[in-house]
Design a protein around this ligand. Structure first.
Ligand code: ADP
Ligand code: MG
Length: 274
């Protein structure tokens, strides 16, 4: 993998879309691994109690492994609990266990409940060497996702090239503007990535056109194809980049990561300069 440009300042992304199964986790792990393979320092924070991002990055997340739950609820530090992924020496993961499911409810009665993750990130950014942070969100707009929206600067929305692709996106946009207005004025939707693109169908092309119409600047030029290799990789505890480096799926994620890195390096991060 060619070296990728380092961003002027660390970039903190939340990968969000309250629909499940649209490719949030797949996008998080593959973009994160691609950036890391390009020589950048990357941290993935798994915010989904199912721990799919932890699995895909080859990181242990059985009950009892300290991770995101301990950071959010107990105020433990990310630097102490993040573990190196076998995917790349400069890729770290804060694992999610099933305990995190309880955090959604426990947070309701916690002081400054929306700011828990932001505080931990701020501390991490001061001490750790890191270029990119990604939050992989659960499929809901609950307090865990809210914590990620408050802690991040940029939003990456993966959109599946299928029927009803944009369903729910307007609700997400409303949530984003509420968070921006009340809790985090830095937040910007910077990136949209079209996923599960099936070049054989007219529908995929129509959906892609429609999304590019709505999000002209944010949508990355590259698209992620529907690919069996991509969906198989997690069962080997790998990203597709390691599992099948020469596949079309691997190449598409490398290209998407390169586009993300270039955008952040050329103009600086728009959300940070604002
Ligand atoms: P989310 O995190 O939004 O729920 P996932 O990333 O887990 O979505 O993806 C949902 C399912 O679709 C998973 O089984 C995943 O392996 C599969 N998948 C994701 N992207 C692709 C793709 N480009 N091609 C084929 N299958 C994919
Ligand atoms: Mg997921």
């Amino acid at each position: 993998v060619d070296p990728l440009p380092r961003p002027t300042n660390p970039r903190v992304f939340v990968v969000a879309n309250q629909k499940g199964g649209v490719g949030k986790t797949t996008t998080t792990v593959n973009v994160a691994a691609a950036l890391a393979m390009g020589g950048l320092h990357v941290l993935v924070i798994d915010l989904d109690p199912q721990g799919n991002a932890s699995t895909a990055l080859g990181v242990d997340h059985h009950r009892g492994v300290p991770g995101t739950y301990e950071v959010i609820i107990n105020g433990e530090s990310i630097a102490d609990l993040a573990v190196v992924s076998p995917e790349a020496p400069n890729l770290r993961v804060l694992p999610a266990t099933v305990d995190l499911a309880g955090a959604e409810i426990e947070l309701v009665s916690v002081v400054a409940r929306e700011n828990r993750l932001r505080r931990a990130i701020t501390k991490y950014l001061k001490t750790a060497e890191v270029d990119y942070i990604f939050f992989d969100c659960p499929p809901s707009l609950g307090l865990l996702t809210l914590n990620a929206l408050v802690g991040a600067q940029e939003i990456l929305i993966p959109i599946q090239c299928e029927y009803y692709a944009l369903e729910g996106v307007s609700q997400l946009m409303n949530t984003i503007s509420l968070v921006k207005g009340e809790l985090n004025d830095e937040l910007e939707l910077s990136t949209v990535l079209l996923t599960m693109y099936d070049a054989r169908t007219r529908l995929a092309a129509q959906v892609a056109d429609e999304v590019r119409g709505y999000f002209a600047e944010q949508t990355l030029p590259s698209v992620i194809p529907r690919s069996v290799r991509i969906s198989e990789a997690p069962s080997y505890g790998q990203t597709v980049l390691t599992y099948q480096p020469d596949s079309a799926g691997a190449k598409s994620y490398l290209e998407a990561a390169r586009e993300i890195a270039r955008r952040g390096a050329v103009d600086g991060t728009p959300s940070q300069e604002a």
